[in-house]
Unconditional design. Structure first.
Length: 401
């Protein structure tokens, strides 16, 4: 069977009917996708009724329906569950509703309103599901669990009670296309991509992610089936990872995003990196002229400190640092330690701007070294002290809040 037509049974009468988007290379114009992605949908068959959990991006609607037809006549679908209204998961709702004229769309109350606005689903073909509400398919129950802000306000989980399969849409997801469906088959690439996905999509909602994790764990799922990436038929690794990312101890780690124009700031970054490393701190310098910001975002998940380095450009930070600073503000990492180093020619300004950015996300700026011209020996010594000061703060700041 061609890979594009593959259907995979993940539990008794529960089939993955999603699609792989091998060629997608960017998501939300924010995240590069070196491995592409998948849009996962799941067909759940009871003795009496059939439910389709989520759909796929609209451009893959025909492929979705081809896969559904391998299992059932689409006209027999009784329920279409919309866990999340974003178009990569809900874009094929019109196709499914047309193919299944008797089907009713199930969503949260906010989801029902979004389905009306985004996909023009008529009110008489929708039903709002309350937190803890269930439908009985005949030997299989689907229970709905409110999971707001993971990562939109309408999101919910669906749980196949008898089979222990938890459908979480974006939560527990990863942008990773593979002809192997299960995470334990895919191997080592999964958790790094899941961490990147968490960083860019879920980290701004870390408190809600922590609450969502508790709800998921309370259900004791045997399988976690997300909306992107591999299915977790042994969920413990990803549960433990989300636990660490949301509320576990931060690592003894510092990241150093920096930009250099004529080499001064690079030399400063080298000294700060060496100083921090010498104190036993994992230190990752990022030259932003060659760095994918999404990878920087992944390290923001568990870093204790952010040390920015920038020359002054027109009275403020370099545009690449400004872009990284904007990302830090948007993603709201748990790190609470900040510092700055930089250089200027005749008038400064970058230091004050960087300090304001770091403080805006509740970081304490423990040191700042701003040098006129190339750094001299005394400046390099000050930079070494900056590294030691940051390291000292990290050593006492790695416990969770």
């Amino acid at each position: 069977m061609p890979a594009a037509c593959k259907v995979v049974q993940i539990a008794h009468d529960i089939h993955w009917v999603g699609v792989e988007d091998w060629n997608r290379r960017s998501f939300d114009a924010v995240m590069d996708l070196p491995y592409g992605t998948s849009y996962n949908a799941y067909l759940v068959r009871g003795r009496e009724k059939i439910a389709l959990v989520d759909t796929v991006q609209a451009s893959f609607g025909d492929e979705l329906m081809q896969k559904v037809r391998q299992v059932v006549d689409p006209g027999r679908i009784d329920y279409l569950v919309m866990n999340h209204a974003e178009p990569d998961h809900a874009g094929s709702i019109p196709v499914v509703m047309a193919a299944a004229p008797g089907a009713k769309l199930l969503a949260s109350e906010k989801g029902v309103e979004m389905a009306r606005v985004f996909f023009q689903v008529p009110a008489e073909r929708m039903q709002a599901m309350q937190d803890g509400g269930e439908i009985d398919l005949g030997g299989k129950r689907l229970r709905f669990v409110a999971a707001p802000w993971l990562h939109w306000p309408e999101t919910m989980f669906s749980f196949a009670v008898e089979d222990g399969v938890l459908f979480t849409c974006d939560f527990f997801g990863a942008h990773l296309a593979s002809d192997l469906l299960f995470a334990d088959e895919v191997g080592g690439a999964v958790l790094p991509e899941a961490k990147l996905y968490y960083a860019v999509i879920m980290m701004p909602y870390a408190k809600m992610a922590s609450a969502g994790l508790d709800k998921a764990v309370a259900l004791q799922p045997s399988i976690i089936a997300p909306g992107h990436g591999p299915v977790w038929r042994s969920p413990k690794p990803v549960i433990d990872a989300i636990e660490q990312w949301t509320r576990g101890p931060l690592l003894k780690k510092a990241i150093i995003p920096y930009v250099t124009m004529w080499g001064s700031t690079r030399r400063m970054a080298e000294v700060v990196t060496a100083s921090l490393s010498g104190e036993g701190i994992e230190t990752i310098p990022y030259d932003l002229s060659v760095t994918d910001l999404a990878r920087l975002a992944r390290d923001l998940v568990d870093t204790s400190a952010v040390v920015m380095g920038s020359p002054t450009v027109l009275g403020t930070v370099h545009p690449l640092i400004a872009n990284a600073a904007s990302m830090v503000r948007l993603l709201r990492p748990r790190a609470r330690i900040g510092a700055f180093f930089g250089s200027y020619g005749w008038g400064g300004g970058a230091a004050a701007q960087a300090k304001a950015t770091l403080e805006s996300v509740k970081m304490q700026v423990v040191d700042s070294v701003d040098v006129k011209g190339p750094p001299g020996q005394a400046d390099l010594e000050r930079l070494a002290v900056l590294g030691k000061n940051v390291a000292s703060k990290i050593t006492g700041a790695t416990a969770p809040e």
